[in-house]
Ligand binder design. Structure first.
Ligand SMILES: [Zn+2]
Length: 109
């Protein structure tokens, strides 16, 4: 598949959490990244034990889109993996609040 892709590092490598790139064959390129033959950043991330997760693909994306997304500097906001973490945190907080209210009810009766 040709397009622009976003790789999420788990865990983050120093201050780097993502790599955004363009490839004519994303599957092959992702494999190259994971094998340590990709970009310098993904190479050192893999060497430090980070898992490279393909977080998002823009199938019609080209080098112009790649450049536009990189210039935006808001890569975490583009990443569904990071977004899901925030969603889980909110879910956890809601659940914790429910338990607290139930405890109060039981004590009151
Ligand atoms: Zn992410």
């Amino acid at each position: 598949m040709t397009g622009v892709y976003l790789i999420h590092f788990a865990p983050a490598y120093k201050h780097a959490k993502h790599y955004l790139g363009y490839a004519e064959d994303i599957d092959a390129r992702l494999q190259a990244h994971r094998d340590g033959h990709g970009a310098r950043l993904t190479q050192v991330a893999v060497a430090h034990g980070c898992e490279l997760i393909l977080a998002r693909v823009w199938p019609a994306g080209d080098r112009t889109l790649e450049r536009q997304l990189k210039n935006r500097k808001g890569t975490p906001r583009l990443c569904p993996v990071c977004g899901r973490k925030h969603a889980q945190l909110h879910l956890y907080m809601d659940t914790a609040l429910d338990f607290t209210l139930q405890d109060v009810d039981e004590l009151a009766f």
